[in-house]
Design a protein around this ligand. Structure first.
Ligand SMILES: *Cc1c(COP(=O)(O)O)cnc(C)c1O
Length: 350
C-alpha cells in the first residue's frame, strides 16, 4: 500500500509558515545576546533560568536517540505524551470532517483530545480477551480516518497486543498508526521503534512519566519518520520543553541502572501482589499484566472503591468502562503500600 503523508496532512499545515524564534535565527552559543528580551542579570531563583531553552532539545535528543537506537530526526519531545497526541490531531484531523479510530477500553486522552479538536471517533471494541479485532478495525476505517490509536501494553487492561496483529494493521490500515508504549518498560517484548524504517505510517509514543519516575517533569517521546517528526516540530509551541526538564533528564540518563533497579522491584512487587490478590475471596479475576498496574475483577467494585478511599487508599474505579465491568485498576505500589492494600481488601470481605 502506498502511504502518502501529504494526503493525510491538513492542507493549511502543509503551507503554514512556523514561528521563527530568536534561537532559530541565531543558534550560536557565544555572543552578547540582545535578541530575545531576556533578563541579562540572572533569575529570581538561585539557579539561572533567564535564557530561553533550546527549542529542539538537541543535546537531550542526541542522548535519547543513542539509548533508544533511533536517529535524532526520528524523535519528537513533548510536554508529556499528551502534547504529542494533541499535535497529531491538529496536524492531521480536520475538525468536523475527519475521524480517528479508538479501541476501547483504552487510555482516555485520545477521546478527550479528539473532543477538544472537534474530531469524530469511531470506536471498535477490543475482543473479550482485550486483543485487536483486526478485520473490524479495517472495516471501520473510512476515507476520512486519519489516525488509529493502539495502546500496548494497554491501559487499563494491562496486556500487550499480539505483535502479528499490529503488523497486519501497520501493513493494511490506510492512515497513521500510533502505538502508545507508555508501559513498554514493564513489558517483556521489544518496542516497535525497531520497525520505523519498515512502516512510514508508524508513530510510537513513550513517556518518562511511568518507569522513569518523572511524571512531574512532563516529558514524552514520539518516534516516527523524519517527515512526520518535522510536521510536529513545525506546529509545536517553540519552547515546549523547559530548560529545567532538559537539563534534569539529560543528567538522569547517566543513571540508567537506577531505572532498571526500580523496574525490577516493581515487577517483583507486581508478582507478589498478583499472588496475594488471587488469595482474596472477593477477587473474581486478575488480568495478566505487562504494565505497572493490575486490572482486578472484584465483588461489589464500586463499594470496594469507596471503602478503600475512606481508608485513604486510592485505586481507579474502571467498573463503568467497556469490557471492565466490576473492575478496579490498581497501580503496583511499594511493598508496604501493597500490603496495606491487601490487608484493607481482606478486612472488607470478612
Ligand atoms: C500514563 C500514560 C501516558 C503518559 O502520559 P504523559 O503525558 O507522558 O504523562 C500515555 N499513555 C498512556 C496509555 C498512559 O497510561
Amino acid at each position: 500500500m502506498g502511504f502518502e503523508l501529504n494526503r493525510l496532512l491538513r492542507p493549511h499545515i502543509a503551507s503554514l509558515k512556523p514561528y521563527s524564534s530568536a534561537r532559530d535565527e541565531y543558534s550560536g552559543k557565544e555572543g552578547i545576546f540582545l535578541d530575545a528580551n531576556e533578563n541579562p542579570y540572572g533569575s529570581i531563583t538561585d539557579t539561572a533560568f533567564n535564557r530561553y531553552p533550546d527549542p529542539y532539545q538537541q543535546d537531550l535528543k542526541a542522548r535519547i536517540a543513542e539509548i533508544k537506537g533511533v536517529q535524532p530526526n526520528q524523535l519528537f519531545l513533548g510536554n508529556g505524551s499528551d502534547e504529542a497526541i494533541d499535535l497529531l490531531f491538529r496536524a492531521f484531523c480536520r475538525p468536523g470532517v475527519d475521524n480517528v479510530i479508538l479501541l476501547p477500553p483504552t487510555y482516555g486522552m485520545y477521546e478527550v483530545s479528539a473532543g477538544i479538536n472537534d474530531v469524530a471517533t469511531i470506536r471498535v471494541s477490543l475482543t473479550a480477551d482485550f486483543q485487536l479485532n483486526v478485520p473490524a478495525i479495517l472495516e471501520a476505517a473510512t476515507p476520512n480516518s486519519k489516525i488509529l490509536f493502539i495502546c500496548s501494553p494497554n491501559n487499563p487492561s494491562g496486556n500487550r497486543m499480539k505483535r502479528e496483529d499490529i503488523h497486519a494493521l501497520l501493513r493494511n490500515f490506510p492512515a497513521l498508526v500510533v502505538i502508545d508504549e507508555a508501559y513498554i518498560d514493564f513489558s517483556d517484548e521489544p518496542s516497535f521503534t525497531s520497525e520505523l524504517a519498515r512502516y512510514p505510517n508508524l508513530l510510537v509514543m513513550q513517556t518518562f512519566s511511568k518507569a522513569w519516575g518523572l511524571a512531574s517533569l512532563r516529558l514524552g517521546m514520539a518516534y516516527a519518520s523524519p517527515e512526520i517528526i518535522a510536521i510536529l516540530n513545525k506546529i509545536k509551541p517553540p519552547y515546549n520543553i523547559s530548560g529545567l526538564t532538559q537539563a534534569t533528564v539529560l543528567d538522569a540518563l547517566d543513571n540508567l541502572e537506577k531505572v532498571d533497579t526500580m523496574i525490577s522491584e516493581i515487577l517483583e512487587e507486581r508478582e507478589k501482589l498478583t499472588g496475594k490478590l488471587l488469595g482474596l475471596r472477593s477477587v473474581q479475576k486478575l488480568f495478566p499484566s505487562q504494565a505497572n498496574f493490575l486490572l482486578v475483577k472484584i465483588d461489589r467494585a464500586k463499594e470496594t472503591y469507596d471503602a478503600l478511599v475512606r481508608q485513604r487508599i486510592i485505586v481507579r474505579d474502571r467498573s463503568k468502562v467497556t469490557l471492565c465491568e466490576d473492575c478496579l485498576r490498581i497501580t503496583v505500589g511499594t511493598s508496604v503500600e501493597n500490603e496495606k492494600l491487601v490487608e484493607a481488601l481482606d478486612r472488607l470481605t470478612r
